[in-house]
Design a protein around this ligand. Structure first.
Ligand SMILES: [Zn+2]
Length: 246
């Protein structure tokens, strides 16, 4: 199967690119809270443009959540095969915003993270083995901002494939500045440490080749598609990888 790549446009008529908003009078809308915001509402000294445009000043959503809402509706939902009341999802390190988007479709959501607290009922699972979960448990696995800190992508693809039901889907996001346009294998470019990590834990900071990711997805028997979007609200480039178990 050939890897695919496409760009999706956010279908919100009131959205305007960053350049227009900078001129001061035109309205933009956030597709998550659907609030339309007049640029001159803001005190530009208190709210530097970069801060405003990165996170929605009304709902505080990030660019990747706004693009997730679109990709989820256009890609994931139409590809679900099981009855709505039987759908279950595994969300890795999902924020409240991500969970609120997924809850519109999934009745059963299992929250998992290795470190930190992402809400009630979370399970501490490592995406490289997903040991707490049985084979063919989930219709969908979601990982945004997780592979950014895991070098062993092959282990991830093996474990996700295992826990997915037939035709199950894996959607993951990696920050654009971590992605090369080539087929180079993942490399460690630095380290990351947050205060909520256990004592002594330092995570590697990873760079990926986009084509290498798509090739590995195919090797692990996923369909592979890269979906690149410009979030009109922020102008930020967001890259998602979507695969369906085949
Ligand atoms: Zn908003």
């Amino acid at each position: 199967m050939q890897p695919q790549c496409e760009s999706l446009a956010i279908d919100v008529s009131a959205l305007a690119p960053r350049g227009k908003l900078k001129r001061g009078k035109e309205a933009v809308a956030c597709n998550l809270c659907t609030d339309t915001i007049q640029a001159d509402m803001f005190n530009w000294n208190l709210h530097p443009a970069s801060k405003i445009f990165e996170n929605c000043p009304v709902c505080e959503s990030r660019p990747r959540y706004r693009t997730l809402d679109v990709i989820f509706a256009k890609k994931v939902v139409p590809s679900l095969v099981n009855p709505k009341d039987q759908l279950s999802a595994l969300v890795m390190s999902g924020t409240a915003w991500e969970q609120s988007i997924l809850k519109k479709t999934f009745i059963n959501i299992v929250n998992s993270c290795l470190y930190g607290d992402y809400g009630e009922g979370r399970i501490h699972a490592d995406l490289r083995d997903l040991k707490p979960f049985d084979d063919q448990t989930f219709d969908y696995v979601h990982a945004s901002g997780v592979l950014d800190f895991i070098l062993e992508i092959d282990k991830v693809l093996t474990s996700v494939y295992r826990v997915l039901k037939p035709n199950g889907q894996f959607l993951f996001h990696i920050l654009s500045h971590r992605l090369r346009d080539d087929d180079s294998p993942p490399t460690v470019e630095g380290t990351k440490r947050e205060t909520y990590y256990p004592e002594g834990v330092v995570l590697p900071s990873i760079m990926y080749g986009k084509k290498d990711i798509l090739r590995r997805m195919n090797q692990h028997r996923f369909s592979s598609e890269m979906v690149e979007m410009i979030d009109p609200f922020s102008g930020e480039h967001c890259t998602w990888f979507w695969g369906q178990k085949i």
